[in-house]
Each structure stands twice: as C-alpha cells, then as structure tokens.
Design a protein around this ligand. Sequence first.
Ligand code: GLN
Length: 307
Amino acid sequence: MRAMDFQPILDEIDDELRPMLGTAGGTVARYIPALARVSPLQFGIALRTCSGETAAAGDAAVPFSIQSVSKVFSLTLAIKALGEAMWDRIGREPSGTAFNSLVQLESERGIPRNPFINAGAIAVADRLVSLGDAKAELLAMLGRLCGEPIHIDEEVASSEADTGFRNRALANFMKAFGTLDNDVDEVLDVYFHQCGIAMTCEQLACAAGYLCRDGRHPLAGTPVLSKAQARRVNALMLTCGTYDAAGEFAFRIGLPCKSGVGGGIVAVVPDRLTLCVWSPALDATGNSLLGRRALELFVEKTGMSVF
Ligand SMILES: NC(=O)CC[C@H](N)C(=O)O
C-alpha cells in the first residue's frame, strides 16, 4: 500500500471522530495547570512511511505538549550512549500500575519496572545528566530526526515543576535507594523539560521514523539505533508504552505505542510506517481517548498490526 492510499483513510478517521470531540468524554490532564488550559476540541493524525511518503488530517500541524512520548527519545539517547549498561538499574517489565505510581518502588528496592513509567523515565534522565547537557542533546536529536528545530514550551515545563509533587517523591525515593547518581533537582529539571517539548503530529510521525526501519534515521538513513536496539524499543512500547492500558492496547490495536498526557500517541507499524495521533482529552489511564479510537480505526481500515 502506498502513502497516497493512506490520505483518504486518515480523512475518513478525522471525519468519523471530529463530531465526537467534546461529547466522547475524557478530560485534559488537570494536574498540570498549563495542560488544563488546552482545548479538548482538537484532533490530529499524521503518518510517514519508511520510504518517506506522508499523509495527515485534522490538527496534524498544531504543536502540543509531547509529555511521556518524550520517554521514547530519551531512552533512545541513553541506549545509544550506554548500550547494555543503560539497563543496570532499570527494568523491562510492564508495571500494570498507573504511570506515576509509587507502590512497586518500595518492594522492588527503588528499581523502576521499565523506562516508560515516570520512575523509569526519571532514572533515564539521571543517566543523561551524567553524560552531559541532556536537554540540548534531546532537542538536537529531535531536530535532526524531523529536519526542523524543536523547542521546549517553558510555561509547561515550569507548570510541571510547580506541581510535580509525585515526580519529586519518585525521584527522592529512588535517590534514597541509590538508583539515581545525580542531584534530584538537576534530574527533575531534565525530566520536566523533556515532558514540555512541543511538537506536531507531523513532526512526531517523522521523528519516530527510525523505529519502523530497523533503527535507521528517517531522513538520512544512517543508524540512530542498531536493528536489535530498535526492536527492543518497539517491544517495550508494546508492553509498557501505555501503562496499565498496555494489554488493552495490544488487544485492540496490536502496535507498539507510546502515549503522553498531552494527548499524543506515537504508534509503529514495523517495516511500514510510523503514525502519530493527538487529541487532548484523556481516559482514566492517562491515554488519549480519541487517539486510542483513531488507532483502532486505522488498524481496522488497513489491517495493519504486528499480530
Ligand atoms: N504520562 C505522562 O505523560 C506523564 C508525564 C507528566 N509530565 C508527568 O510526569 O506526570
């Protein structure tokens, strides 16, 4: 199937879901004041094939807060720099608990279950702090991946810092167990800023392109990750990328996905394309309600799934 054929499919999905904006339920992430102000009446979808063809519909060119979708890119940077050592104090099992849960950390001696829950992403941010200027590195990598400069929304980042009580608790708890090497405030500063990165569906569909083509850069074709590393990031997205809804996502969609409380979800069809959907109203698990529905429709209409 060529990208040309995808445009009517994305248009159909947009036509089907747009009337549900504001009536389908769900709420924007209220615990971060800057996100609580975002209009829920927005929906975007964009894809980019491994060969570089693109299609987009709805609000695909509107920048939004990528939030936990950033965890894919921070993990990529850390794996690139550290290889296997990245996993020394970070697990690879689904948590089955909310993204910001503290419960497992106590009985599991401060080792986060995986790099996609908040605790795990904070531990990844700690590794990046040890390596250098993490914020600059992350922005530079994203800029190269989508061929456009990428920025942090400082208002979102400081709003997170003001209200990030749970993340502070997670970081301090891990520090007490020796999971973090660096100063808690320095690590959280990186974490809050990576969550505050603003990107569009079109940019994210392009930036995540290395995940559908064995680790090769979406524009340049040079290695971002090795083939084995890219396969592993996809495996973690499938099992852990949508928190305690990961089973339901695998059941209904069957694609590696990473969501964020800004309402974005990046999905990978290995060897074919990467897809990004966005709609700010979230379900109880912190995943975009209409984004999830859009991915279900996409899989239904195209038959694309890893299963
Ligand atoms: N699931 C998410 O997107 C969570 C990220 C958010 N910044 C938080 O730390 O709570």
